[in-house]
Ligand binder design. Structure first.
Ligand code: ADP
Length: 605
């Protein structure tokens, strides 16, 4: 897809135009005007000029007590104060000076007026010109100032050979299937109209960031071969109330002219937030939303304009926007599963030179939880690493290292950890892994390294993909909490002291324990009562408590007890396996890296 843009002139161009106008004015108009500018001279000069025959015309203004006169060749105008002089008339007659000088006054008055008006006109013209250029820059397109601000300035993508197709979007099969229907409709609307079916007007793509929502929307346009208007929700919101609404009107006007076509609004939550009617609400945003709702009602289902919108906060959208007849279809675009990740890696690996021996399945398993955008980044990082090392293609090792780079940051080359710190980190990481392994009897990790990373992590554990399972039992969550506490438990057991290294574990364990009690109904005390609601499903999953202060205190107490119980369990497992713990920690301390297989070998050896 190719974006169409109008060319821009550099600012220097406008400066040159202004300079040219000013120079021309100086050269042409100034000399002519100075001819009529009145110079003041004394009476003696006047008399001597008359006697020398240098005066052309003279006008005696008795009421103003002055004499105006011109040079003989008409090149200048002079004035002088009147002095009582009985011979004045005779002098003028002798010198043959004409005294009917009415035009002198008129001409000089005109020139004086022009001297004021011309520069004023020039400056106003320049000002107008500059401000119009500025507005154009802000609003795009041409026209007068106010009209421009209401233009939608949507980016229009036209069909080109490199258009994105469904095959470029890996995984996301359900989403693609859903959208393929839209493509079919755009190709062949008659089939649908015959039976009386109308297409949904709007389709909402929801999912975490970087899962390919924008890509999918572009792919729909690419497959259907129709124009694609793209605009971000935040671009509608302007400084002035009503401008966003006028942008929406303009966007839909353009779209209807180009129908069939696709309109894509990214981050629609910027304008589509619930209208809550609170004081200090955002009038501009609400008006924009109202206009969008009206526009969506205003066109028939069969005009061929399909609106796609993307958001990662669907719960914050106004219910009026998501009701049937507007965005009536919701397509989830979730984080890719194992197969999806492998496909995404393959799609992006086509763009770089890569060794044939690369095991994409293994890389996909290691990158569990990564989004499409992260996987694209991993492949690119691998290519960059290959270039850094002077190789002509990327290898498996490049990919594996770049997973860690993308997730945990670059290796800190000169981080100095004391031996004791290194030993503590080794025990800490092995503590987690050992508790996990003893609870499930399987390899808990792909790999553990204790090379410090730029993200601040001192050690890094790559978890084993747990397969696609959607339910977790109470025991599994408890085991997970025990695993989180395993690091700290190992430190305490071995060194008898504790460090700050466990802060992230503590956070995670607490979150899980709290969720068990407040959301999953897994406590004996409260049963199936929800104390918490999740507000941001796709962006970290923040939760807000909805219960009395007294209940909160009880919840807190139970959370503490639950985590303590699991800590006790972890400590017991480690005490029981103290020898293995020492052996594994020493291995990690010496080698700095331990793989899942090595770990299991030592454990079962
Ligand atoms: P979103 O709009 O969901 O935040 P994008 O569509 O902008 O995400 O995706 C960002 C980048 O991530 C894309 O340019 C693409 O390189 C990569 N990407 C994401 N998902 C996929 C996928 N399913 N297949 C291939 N590439 C993907």
């Amino acid at each position: 897809m190719k974006e169409v843009k109008s060319p821009k002139r550099p600012l220097l161009y406008y400066y040159c135009v202004v300079l040219l106008v000013v120079t021309l004015f100086n050269f042409l108009a100034m000399p002519w005007m100075s001819q009529y500018r009145i110079q003041e001279v004394d009476y003696n000069t006047f008399v001597s000029m008359v006697e020398a025959g240098q005066v052309g015309q003279a006008e005696i203004q008795e009421q103003d007590n002055r004499i105006l006169f011109t040079a003989k060749d008409g090149s200048a105008v002079y004035k002088t104060a009147m002095v009582p002089d009985t011979q004045l008339t005779q002098r003028l007659l002798d010198a043959g000076v004409s005294t009917s000088g009415v035009e002198i006054e008129q001409a000089s008055l005109l020139v004086q007026l022009l001297g004021w008006i011309i520069p004023l006109v020039i400056f106003i013209a320049i000002g107008q010109f500059m401000s119009r250029k500025m507005m154009q820059k802000m609003g795009g397109g041409s026209g007068s100032m106010m009209f421009n601000m209401g233009k939608s300035n949507a980016k229009v993508y036209v069909q080109s050979s490199e258009g994105i197709k469904f095959s470029d979007v890996a995984g996301e099969d359900e989403a693609k299937e859903n959208l393929a229907e839209i493509v079919d409709y755009l190709h062949n609307p008659g089939k649908y109209q015959e039976i009386g079916a109308s297409m949904p007007k709007g389709i909402l793509l929801v999912g975490p960031p970087g899962t390919g929502k924008t890509m999918l929307a572009k792919a729909v346009a690419g497959e259907a071969g129709v124009p694609f208007f793209s605009m971000s929700g935040s671009e509608f919101v302007e400084m002035f109330v009503g401008m966003g609404a006028s942008k929406v009107r303009d966007l839909f006007k353009q779209a209807k002219e180009k129908a069939p076509c696709i309109v894509f609004i990214d981050e629609i939550d910027a304008i589509g937030k619930k209208r809550d009617g609170q004081m200090g609400g955002n009038d501009e945003r609400e008006q924009t939303l109202n206009q969008l709702l009206t526009e969506m009602d205003g066109f028939e289902g069969n005009t061929g304009v399909i609106i796609l919108a993307a958001t990662n906060r669907p719960e914050s959208l106004d219910p009026a926007l998501t009701r049937p007849g507007r965005f009536d279809r919701r397509v989830p675009v979730e984080l890719p599963d194992l197969k999806g990740r492998e496909d995404i890696l393959r799609v992006h690996a086509k763009k770089i030179k890569i060794a044939d021996s690369v095991d994409f399945n293994k890389v996909a398993r290691m990158a569990s939880g990564a989004s499409g955008a992260e996987l694209a980044n991993i492949v690119n990082e691998a290519a960059l690493r290959a270039v850094r090392d002077g190789r002509r293609y990327a290898t498996q090792a490049d990919l594996e290292e770049s997973i860690e780079v993308v997730i945990a940051g670059y290796q800190k080359k000169n981080a100095i950890m004391t031996d004791r710190e290194k030993l503590i980190v080794s025990y800490h990481e092995i503590g987690h892994a050992l508790v996990a392994a003893r609870q499930t009897n399987s390899a808990p990790v792909q790999k553990i390294t204790i090379v410090p990373r730029t993200s601040g992590a001192l050690g890094y554990t790559m978890q084993v993909e747990e397969g696609n399972h959607y339910l977790m039992s109470k025991e599994e969550i408890e085991n997970k909490i025990a695993t989180y506490t395993g690091g700290r438990a190992a430190e305490e057991l071995v060194f008898g002291s504790i460090t700050t290294g466990a802060s992230n574990d503590i956070e995670q364990a607490t979150k899980l324990a709290r969720a068990m009690i407040t959301r999953y109904g897994m406590s004996d005390d409260f049963g199936m009562v929800a104390m918490e609601t999740v507000t941001n499903q796709y962006l970290g999953g923040d939760a807000s408590l909805a219960c009395s202060a007294e209940t909160q205190a009880r919840i807190d107490k139970q959370v503490v007890e639950l985590v303590k119980r699991q800590y006790g369990k972890a400590a017991a497992i480690l005490t029981e396996n103290r020898e293995k713990l020492d052996e594994l920690a020493r291995f990690l301390y010496e080698k700095e890296t331990i793989t899942g297989e090595e770990f299991m070998q030592i454990l079962n050896g």
